[in-house]
Every structure is written in structure tokens, then in C-alpha cells.
Design a protein around this ligand. Structure first.
Ligand code: DCT
Ligand code: MG
Length: 355
């Protein structure tokens, strides 16, 4: 099995993990003891998580459990399994015994039981039961039925949109964000941010891009949402999943000839083009850094970044702004690094945000 294979590779059992905890949090006595103590932060924004997952056997099981709870509207346990999976994804080593998990955060009784089962039997019976459940299978088919987009296809789309954007506003900036910015090889869509140096010009830009794509005959579907962003309504104390900037959800027709190495379609389905989902968001330039950080994900990373800001710094972070509740002032940022600095966090590269 995968697990015994990785055991044979002889990966170290208790490798010291990187210490990412800073200032107040690092003042715990363990931080100064000479023995290597695995200090993994309970916040994903203080962990570096690449796309290389050394604990896939466990995190795949947790993902099934999280989904199953999600399908049953049980948000609490769902989040608990996602958090546990996220912690294991950040480890530069494979969990090989229960003892090493004792020092890890976010692992509850239930997740420990699953880890124990997998360590003993190479699989979890609870997970297998869910996988054989008909309701779970049906609900699972719905998200699976969508085609995954490849990196080459994302790049090809980037070129097409970049050309459209530049034809309209030569000094506009287009940035690839979402999972592809984090170095993922596949995604369910391609996310881009587009803005212009002149404040206020960005919203019209998006509608012009849509018109151009339509004229080119490659726009298969478009849902446009005008900006509802109102600076005077900041800071936003209410949690909202999405921002108020102008955005659109598109389905574009991507020609095989535009993609290096060809399309990712199965042999039997070979045709000269395929439909790809694209998200475009267009914030005013002074909000660009917040939007980039928010749209780069992962969802778990974003969730913990906001939670960290609120719980550890008394700050409110969203895709629009960062607000310091103690100083009662907004903290401006032109880059993502500025935001990490304001939060007193070490900078985490996009490819280390796959929490
Ligand atoms: N996002 C968020 N909260 C939401 C929706 C999105 O914080 N409710 C952020 C996280 C990632 C980014 O926006 C883009 O969203 P997705 O495309 O859904 O995520 P992704 O990481 O790009 O995943 P995929 O690779 O499957 O597209
Ligand atoms: Mg995406």
C-alpha cells in the first residue's frame, strides 16, 4: 500500500518542524527547551503548506469525513476534520505513530481514532462505510462531474484575457490568483484579478473585457456582478464570504491550438475545444493587495488568516481592508507583504498557502 511504501522509504519520525510562531506566542517555555519540540501553530497562516502532501493517506480520509458532515449540514465536525487535515498537510514528514500526533494542534478524539485505525489497518472502516453510502456517492458525483482545468489551460486563458485587457487599457494589470497561483497543477476554475492604476477606471474595464470576449466568439456564458463596494461602510464587522468588487463568472471556449501540449480531454472525448470556468474580479487599485491575498486562498488559509487577525491582533481583515480595532484605524497596503507585516506574521509565499 501507499502507506507501507512510505514507511519503507524510511522517513524520519520526529523531525523538528519549522518554528513559525512569533513574539507573544513564542514566549511559551517549550520554545526555549533544547530538545526538539514540534511546534506547529494552530493557525494555517503560521504554517508553510506546499502542494507536496506527506500525509495524503490521512488527509484523504479526513476529507471524506468532512464532506460527509458537510452533506449533512454539520458545519462543526466538518470544519474540525478540515482543520485536522490542514495541520497534517503542513508537516514535512509522514505520521508513523500516534505519539507524534500528541503535540499537534487541532487533532481531536475522533481524528485521533481515524489516524489510529489507518496506522493499524492501512485504512479507516468509518471512511469506507461512508464511501459505500449511496447518498454520499450521489452528492459526490455532482462536484466530480466538472472537468478539472490544467495549468497549461490556465496559462492559455491568461494570455487570451491579458490580450483583451491590454487592448482596452494598456496599463491595466492582470494577475493569476486562486489555486494556480499557489502552484497547483489542476483547479476547478481559473481566477484572475484585473485592475488599473487610475482609481475608478476598473469597473468599466471588466464590462469592456466581457464585450471583447463576446466579439471574439469565445464567451459561452457570463454572469456579471457590478461593484457594490462602499468605502464608507468599512470596516465590515459581519463575516461575509465574498467581497463587493465588480466581478464576473465566465465560461470561455478554449481552443486546443491555444494550449501548449494540447487540451486535458480524455482520448475518447477528443475535440478541438473545451469549456473552462473563469472568475474575474476587479478591485480599485488601492484595494488590490487585500483582494490578491483574499483570492489566493486556500480557503483554509484565508479562514485562519482572518481568525488570527481577530483573535490574536484585534484586527479585522477581509478582501477590502485591514482595520485595527485598538487604534481604530485602517492599515494601508500596496503588497501582500505589507499585510503580513501589519499582522506581525512571517511572510508566507503563495505556494506555501496550500493549507
Ligand atoms: N475564496 C474565499 N472564500 C470563498 C470563496 C473563495 O476565501 N467563499 C477564496 C479562496 C480561493 C479563491 O477565493 C478562489 O476560489 P476557488 O477558485 O474556489 O478556490 P481555488 O483555491 O482556486 O480552488 P480550485 O483550484 O479548485 O479552483
Ligand atoms: Mg480557483
Amino acid at each position: 500500500s501507499w502507506f507501507t511504501d512510505s514507511m519503507r522509504e524510511g522517513k524520519p519520525v520526529a523531525v523538528e518542524t519549522r518554528h513559525l510562531i512569533q513574539d507573544t506566542l513564542a514566549a511559551s517555555p517549550e520554545a526555549t527547551t533544547p530538545t526538539p519540540v514540534s511546534t506547529v501553530s494552530r493557525y494555517a497562516c503560521q504554517r508553510r503548506t506546499t502542494t507536496k502532501n506527506n500525509n495524503k493517506i490521512f488527509t484523504d480520509a479526513f476529507e471524506v469525513l468532512a464532506e460527509s458532515h458537510e452533506f449533512n449540514d454539520m458545519e462543526g465536525p466538518c470544519l474540525a476534520f478540515r482543520r485536522a487535515a490542514s495541520v497534517l498537510k503542513s508537516l514535512p514528514w509522514t505520521v508513523q505513530n500516534l505519539r507524534v500526533t500528541e503535540d499537534l494542534p487541532c487533532l481531536g478524539e475522533h481524528t485521533m481514532c481515524v489516524i489510529k485505525e489507518i496506522l493499524q489497518h492501512g485504512r479507516s472502516f468509518e471512511v469506507e462505510k461512508i464511501l459505500s453510502n449511496e447518498r454520499y456517492q450521489i452528492l459526490k458525483v455532482i462536484p466530480r462531474s466538472k472537468w478539472a482545468v490544467s495549468k497549461a489551460e490556465a496559462q492559455a486563458l491568461g494570455n487570451i484575457i491579458d490580450e483583451a485587457v491590454r487592448a482596452i487599457t494598456p496599463d491595466a494589470v492582470l494577475t493569476l490568483t486562486g489555486g494556480f497561483r499557489r502552484g497547483k497543477d489542476f483547479g476547478h476554475d481559473v481566477d484572475f484579478i484585473v485592475t488599473t492604476p487610475q482609481l475608478g477606471k476598473e469597473e468599466r474595464l471588466l464590462t469592456s473585457v466581457i464585450d471583447r470576449l463576446k466579439q471574439q466568439g469565445i464567451l459561452l456564458y457570463c454572469e456579471y456582478q457590478a461593484s457594490t463596494f462602499d468605502e464608507s461602510k468599512l470596516p465590515n464587522h459581519r463575516f461575509e464570504a465574498m467581497d463587493h468588487f465588480a466581478k464576473c463568472f465566465l465560461i470561455l471556449r478554449l481552443e486546443d491550438s491555444q494550449v501548449e501540449g494540447g487540451l486535458q480531454t480524455a482520448e475518447e472525448n477528443r475535440r478541438s475545444w473545451r469549456a473552462v470556468r473563469v472568475d474575474l474580479v476587479s478591485p480599485p487599485v488601492d484595494r488590490y493587495a487585500f483582494t490578491l491575498l483574499g483570492w489566493s486562498g486556500s480557503r483554509q488559509f484565508e479562514r485562519d488568516l482572518r481568525r488570527f487577525a481577530r483573535m490574536e491582533r484585534r484586527m479585522l481583515l477581509d478582501n477590502h481592508a485591514l482595520y485595527d480595532k485598538t487604534k481604530k484605524e485602517f492599515l494601508a497596503a500596496t503588497t501582500e507583504k505589507d499585510i503580513f507585516t501589519h499582522l506581525g506574521l512571517e511572510y508566507i509565499e503563495p505556494w506555501q498557502r496550500n493549507a
